[in-house]
Write a protein of this length. Structure first.
Length: 330
């Protein structure tokens, strides 16, 4: 009886010891693998950036072995989400997926944005570039940039209003550059996002708009609008027939806007590398590349160092353009 009792106790202790090992293993997986990762997005659910984040998050969870939760903190062109990132723990569990406007442009056009990308954030990796473009509405007879310019001169008295998705954004500065180049009186009409701008373009309330190719691509394919020029050093693969502004004689617009991921400053390098490696694997998946390309993005993984250099170059380019425009931070 005593022997039987001792045997049972020994098996119980062995079971508890094994359970302890499993629990310890579970903790090890959760640090870093199982802990949910919060992916901040500075724009509303259902928008282009949100769709990108959710698609990548779904794929990243398998590579990271942890849920990737998209947290929409919409408002002020990503400014609110950036402020949330700044105040988040630098533990690798909170990241920010965004495009160029929040990181490179906002700090130059807003006096007190509440964050400083150079000191508060660290680049993790880049994953795509895209092009801003000038598109004409369906009711505008022009089919090319030169036709649009001639139409404004002959039919509009040299004046026109061009829609832009947000005030003090790259599209607004592009309106000024185009007006100067062609000696036209062009005024930007700022909207609260690309969706209402597109609605007015489709309704022929405005004759033209400037936005990103992802904003325009579906209506371009449907023949409802016509993209007539894009920024960048070369034509976009999704719109090979559309010339660049550089081809049309407007230089200095070679650097492309970017999409990437940022972390709070002080985030451990192993956590940054781990996420970057996972993102590289996801971008190599044919279905991911196909879906992002269909959105009008040029997919290409940029590791931390390369991405940091691209962000720096792009920011400097637009700092000069914004300064030369005479714009004063609001």
């Amino acid at each position: 009886m005593l022997k039987s009792t001792w045997g049972g106790a020994r098996r119980l202790m062995q079971g508890l010891f094994a359970a302890g090992l499993l629990a310890a293993g579970g903790v090890a997986l959760a640090q870093p693998g199982g802990t949910p990762i919060r992916l901040l997005v500075g724009f509303p659910a259902g928008g282009g950036t949100d769709a990108i984040a959710r698609m990548l998050g779904e794929k990243l969870k398998d590579q990271l072995g942890a849920p990737v939760l998209v947290d929409n903190r919409a408002g002020a062109g990503g400014q609110i989400a950036a402020q949330v990132l700044k105040s988040s723990p630098a533990d690798g569990n909170t990241l920010f997926l965004t495009h160029d406007h929040t990181i490179s442009i906002l700090p130059q056009v807003v006096k007190n944005p509440g964050f400083d990308p150079q000191h508060d954030f660290v680049p993790v990796a880049g994953f795509a570039t895209f092009a801003n473009a000038l598109a004409v509405s369906g009711g505008t007879p022009a089919k090319t940039m030169n036709e649009y310019v001639n139409w404004v001169r002959t039919q509009r008295g040299g004046k026109d209003t061009i829609g832009v998705p947000a005030p003090a954004s790259i599209p607004e500065f592009l309106v000024k550059l185009i007006g100067t180049k062609y000696k036209l009186d062009l005024q930007a009409a700022p909207y609260r996002g690309s969706a209402p701008m597109m609605a007015d373009m489709l309704g022929n309330q405005i004759s033209a708009g400037i936005g990103s190719i992802p904003d325009f691509i579906e209506n371009q394919k449907a023949g409802k609008i016509r993209v007539v020029a894009v920024i960048g050093a070369k034509r976009q693969a999704v719109l090979p027939q559309v010339p660049t502004f550089e081809e049309l004689g407007l230089s200095g617009l070679e650097d492309l806007p970017y999409y990437g991921v940022f972390a709070p400053v002080g985030t451990p390098q192993p956590a940054i590398d781990r996420f970057g490696n996972a993102l590289a694997k996801v971008l190599a998946m044919p279905d991911v590349k196909e879906r992002l390309t269909a959105m009008g993005l040029t997919v290409g993984f940029m590791p931390q160092g390369q991405f940091a250099g691209a962000v720096r170059s792009y920011t400097q380019t637009w700092a000069q353009i914004i300064k030369s425009s005479g714009f004063q931070p609001q």
